[in-house]
Design a protein. Sequence first.
Length: 350
Amino acid sequence: MKRKWNQAFQIAAVYVGTVVGAGFATGKEIVEFFSRFGFFGFISILMSGYLFVVIGSKMMRMAAQIEARSYQEFNEYLFGRWPGRIINFFMLIMLVGVSAVMLSGAGAVFEEQLGLPKNAGIVLTIFLSYFVMLVGSRGLFAVNTFVVPLMITFSLILMVLSVQNPQFVSKFLYIPYVDDGWKSVIAPFSYAALNLGLAQAVLVPIATEVKDDWTIKWGGIMGGLALTLILMASHFTLIMLPNLEFYEIPMAIIMKNLAPFLYGIYVLIIYGEIFTSVIGNVFGLDRQIQQLFPVHTILSVSVIFALSYLVSLVNYGTLLSYLYPSFGYVCMTFFILLWMKPFHPISNRK
């Protein structure tokens, strides 16, 4: 049983590490989907958390039950053969786009927080990713198991410092006027759809490797709850920052103001979370390419990084603001069908 709990924790860590990417770790994504809507954003976060727990677990358990080796096989099971192939084509484009956002986010950390060239951060991230990719899923587990607990810990530290501010309650209950306030209603669905749709590239093959239904179920539950906790903690922190929409990496700005002695470590953790998402996305893309073309991992990863690098040259905030909401709406089809698809767990095969 102890071994099962350890495996469940590893799955939860990969789940969190895959979702908590550049936009999540920096706070930019949370601002775009939730925090700029004030108290309505908090309600949306609770709804997203529920979806992460329920739908995330269901996706992984279903993938293990049908023994899907990649998101391509999983989507063909959900949609049917030819519609599934169309969805997979869009997923391929989106995963490359998100990998580009991650790389651009790594560059933004170097540029905005360290005063170094953006390209230096991008090239270093690509270089380090090669090593982890060659190790395979073991490398993915190892990096996430180390970085995710640190990210949760520092998010909670920032939250505690923020809620002690005498203005916290008024800021928490405040509902600002925004031109596109209607988006707060669909934000929990589009956000969960975006992240689960993209995370399937990593979570589907990982779940199939683990196989054990109990382990996958509790890994999904713990991962979904951890994501909810980080979202809430980040939101409580972000609402205390004036003009929060104008910063590329708002969470680092807040840490610099509230706990400057932890600022350097926190920037490294943000970079670590971006890094875990880069390798997670590339891991999923590589698995997909391997099924289509029997090429060496080094070649497929090189092609992925070359395409992602070209797109990542666009400004990080611009990429995230336009690509993520658009991808979220595209992923809604996947999300709705996954929600409606009946699932009847079978006994473990281990």
